[in-house]
Design a binder for this molecule. Structure first.
Ligand SMILES: *Cc1c(COP(=O)(O)O)cnc(C)c1O
Length: 370
């Protein structure tokens, strides 16, 4: 059995230690209320999260995957419709599209931001295309201006997968506040993470929010009246209470992540490593800190030996996955294919200290090659 690394990838132990009194009280309040599913704790979190993002509506749901499929279905997307997204993302982006009967159309990414290449998206449009589904991967907002322009000129819906981008900004707008709808995951390791599964869809469209509230809860209009065939994909109140506590710290954690990222950047770039770069008007939130190396296996092994956790997000792109390869089509993915064997994710989170980061940097530069 592996022992806990000296420097874990995300330090949730330390985070809970700091939040313990506040957190235990918030969870106790749900236990005392017995309002375990949806109800006032969920409504209160939905209002706070919508306000934080400066959007009109947030609809809590069971996880970030159901958030994507609920958003697409509520927007009228289904059988025969094509949804353009990236191959370089977590599997859920594609499975959520497929599970509502639609067809994912994978495209390549930009080599500097690791997010969707708007020109590749444009080239993939067909008469069946209904939506663009860009992913703000690693917490870096996609190039939303050209995507919004493309969606508008070609009559497409724009849905943002913001599962890794809580609080990221483009100019004054939050990632998630730009498209017709955006989806979030609160998986425990995300920048805003629950103590279990949870997700949300945000939108400024009132009718869409109402439809989402029905779909997530058995298609209900009221307790005994079902307007539509829905799902049980609700948010539970303990998760909402946890998220309400953590939301108050999210901005500080994101600031700390940016500080850590710029410390990493300073050393790594000077030594010739390629790291994430984004335009000046973008404020990323570094859900992951990713660098490119030519000897990844040796780097990961050496760091593991020194008790430092690393990750790869993601080693096998969706167009090469057994589950999704049949949707590859004739498209090519030169950037994705090149980077997937080079990328490595280093520890980053609101609780990582400078001293710990220095150990990570020392171990990394002693073995990594650009
Ligand atoms: C985490 C994640 C999801 C899925 O969220 P779950 O809450 O795990 O269902 C979807 N897309 C991306 C990009 C993610 O990182």
């Amino acid at each position: 059995m592996n022992s806990q690394p000296r420097i874990p990838f995300v330090n949730l132990d330390r985070q809970y230690d700091r939040l313990r009194p506040q957190m235990n009280e918030a969870i106790q309040a749900v236990l005392d209320s017995k309002a375990f599913i949806q109800g006032p704790f969920v409504e209160s979190f939905e209002r706070a999260f919508a306000e934080y993002l400066n959007v009109k509506y947030a609809v809590g749901c069971s996880n970030g995957t159901s958030a994507i499929s609920l958003a697409l279905e509520a927007l009228g997307i289904g059988q025969g419709d094509e949804v353009i997204t990236v191959s370089h993302t977590f599997a859920a982006t594609a499975s959520a599209i497929i599970k509502i009967g639609a067809t994912p159309v994978f495209v390549d990414i930009d080599k500097d931001s690791y997010t969707i290449d708007p020109r590749a998206a444009e080239e993939a449009i067909t008469p069946r295309t209904k939506a663009l589904l860009p992913v703000h991967l690693y917490g870096t907002p996609c190039a939303m201006a050209p995507l919004a322009q493309l969606a508008k000129s070609r009559g497409l819906l724009l849905v943002e997968d913001a599962a890794q981008a809580h609080g990221a900004k483009l100019g004054d707008n939050c990632a998630g506040a730009i498209g017709d709808a955006a989806t979030f995951s609160f998986y425990p390791g995300k920048n805003l993470g629950a103590y279990g599964d949870a997700g949300a869809i945000v939108t400024n469209n009132e009718a869409l929010a109402a439809q989402l509230r029905k779909l997530r809860d058995h298609g209900r209009r009221s307790k005994y009246v079902h307007d539509t065939v829905g799902y049980n994909q609700r948010m539970d109140a303990i998760q909402a209470a946890v998220l309400s506590v953590k939301l108050q710290h999210l901005e500080d954690w994101n600031i700390r992540r940016r500080e850590l990222a710029s410390r990493y950047d300073m050393v790594l770039r000077q030594k010739g490593f390629k790291t994430i770069s984004c335009p000046d008007d973008v404020t990323p939130v570094y859900h992951l800190y990713v660098a490119e190396v030519s000897n990844r296996d040796s780097v990961a092994k050496r760091m593991e030996g020194e008790g430092i956790a690393t990750g790869v997000h993601y080693p096998v792109p969706l167009h090469q996955q057994p589950a999704f390869a049949s949707w590859k089509g004739a498209r090519e993915f030169p950037v994705t294919d090149r980077i997937v064997s080079r990328i490595i994710s280093l520890p980053i989170c609101g609780e990582l200290t400078n001293a710990e980061q220095d150990l990570v940097i020392d171990a990394f530069v002693s073995v990594a090659e650009p």
